[in-house]
Design a protein. Structure first.
Lengths: 243, 243
DNA sequence: TCAAGTACACTTGTATACAAGTATTATAAT
DNA sequence: ATTATAATACTTGTATACAAGTGTACTTGA
């Protein structure tokens, strides 16, 4: 019924995507942003009507979101789990787990090509900041970490990332949008942290890597706080749309 | 066309399962056992005809298997990846990663209840051996590790396990079936290793845990070798069924 | 007022149909 | 024989239909 005036997920990223992918991405954003509240029960038919599609793409979306631990599929309806403090801490754990694993592999590899690639992405991030493009910045930020993870060519570590990535992407998107408005000066520090990360990989300096990793996670922690702000703003903004 | 005389996956485990789940489990077993060879291209329509179901459950199965890194979904058809030595090593990595993480949490918890639960499962495993029930033994073996992982109540570590579990289950099933025929004496050692694991958790002895974990993994390594034997036997057995 | 049963609304899982796109094969022209 | 074009066979993604099951609400009986 609600014709959703605007999508939270960047529509330009969905140009070639299927209806199923579109629903998945948008639904994920709405849940993580708090626009769809934790505990809410989603009905396939209702969602299909809301998004103006059939149940097929909706079912696909729900299956994916369930595998990401964002919703829980029950006999009757999908229950929204969302992200509480507990989940944030857990995501933090898993990122720490896989990124330290990746680094251990990296120190035994030739990282010249990777460093080059990461430097390019960092340049892109700077441009995105310059032009106040929060979505593009988020895209590059996610790409930065994915590039590192991909570089060790480990399909099962990549599998973990594949499950974590969409949630991370949503979190970063929401956080960066809010920061571009409120805490623009943060970006200098974020860029520095990423440069530190690159340096750690280049010099294969474990201590430096751990340091930048933790600073990066501190950023994530702040992102989380920002998110709560974004959630407040959003819930204020869409409250009138309830049936 | 092929009416598949027998399923590789234990049919009794699928009594309440949907057609989609049945196809997923059976397809996984056929791929991991090598019955469906690496590189093969699976067609939705062909699979639907083979399994005697519509495309809906087949699509569901393919999506899941793709998320498990067993197949790769391409524009035209799903390409079977299967498990090479590389994948075995990677699975080993991830198990080591999450189980050590779990243990670090366990040493800070009250593990009395867990130890009780694991002892029960171990008793069940002994019974399964006594009655030569390879499938039930495999079930309990998987349950053993899942119980440990679940005990720390970490949804994102559990998410990793959820993705890994089906592959592990298939590997263990194939391996144990073969061992019950060929290397029955192995089970004494497997039981001992599991008892060691329980002791490590009970006494919160990191060194003992690492030791038993590695021995357990050595078992996995042997399981892998057994698997190749099983694959050989299977490929001999089903060769005549090709169209 | 409350208990038991019945009807209805809604759920999931599966089958089927169809549109749009892509590879392959066949045909035709040079 | 080779290349260009056209026909066809197969692919994916989506919509729709339907059966079986589950919960809810309403009625009926005491």
């Amino acid at each position: 019924m609600v014709e959703s005036k605007e999508f939270l997920y960047p529509v330009k990223w969905l140009s070639k995507a299927s209806a199923g992918d579109r629903v998945t991405s948008e639904l994920r954003m709405r849940i993580i942003s708090g626009m769809i509240e934790s505990g809410a029960i989603l009905s396939e038919n209702k969602l299909a009507a809301d998004f103006g599609v059939s149940r097929s793409p909706i079912r696909e979306a729900l299956k994916i979101l369930a595998s990401e631990n964002i919703i829980r599929l029950e006999r009757m309806g999908a229950v929204v789990i969302g992200l509480t403090e507990k989940e944030y801490a857990e995501i933090y754990d898993v990122r720490l787990l896989i990124e330290t694993f990746v680094f251990e592999r990296l120190v035994r590899m030739d990282t010249n090509e990777l460093v080059m690639e990461l430097s390019k992405i960092l340049e892109m991030m700077k441009i995105s900041i310059k032009y106040r493009d929060a979505d593009e910045f988020s895209n590059q930020d996610v790409l930065f970490h994915e590039t590192i993870i991909r570089s060790i060519n480990h399909s099962y570590i990549l599998m973990i990332w594949d499950n974590l990535k969409p949630v991370m992407e949503s979190l970063i998107l929401l956080s960066m949008r809010s920061r571009f408005k409120e805490k623009y000066e943060d970006f200098t520090r974020i860029i520095n942290n990423h440069q530190l990360y690159i340096d750690a990989i280049r010099t294969k300096d474990r201590d430096l890597m751990i340091k930048s990793l933790h600073e990066n996670f501190d950023d994530v922690q702040e992102k989380v706080e920002d998110l709560w702000m974004a959630q407040q703003m959003l819930s204020k903004g869409v409250e009138q749309e309830n049936d």
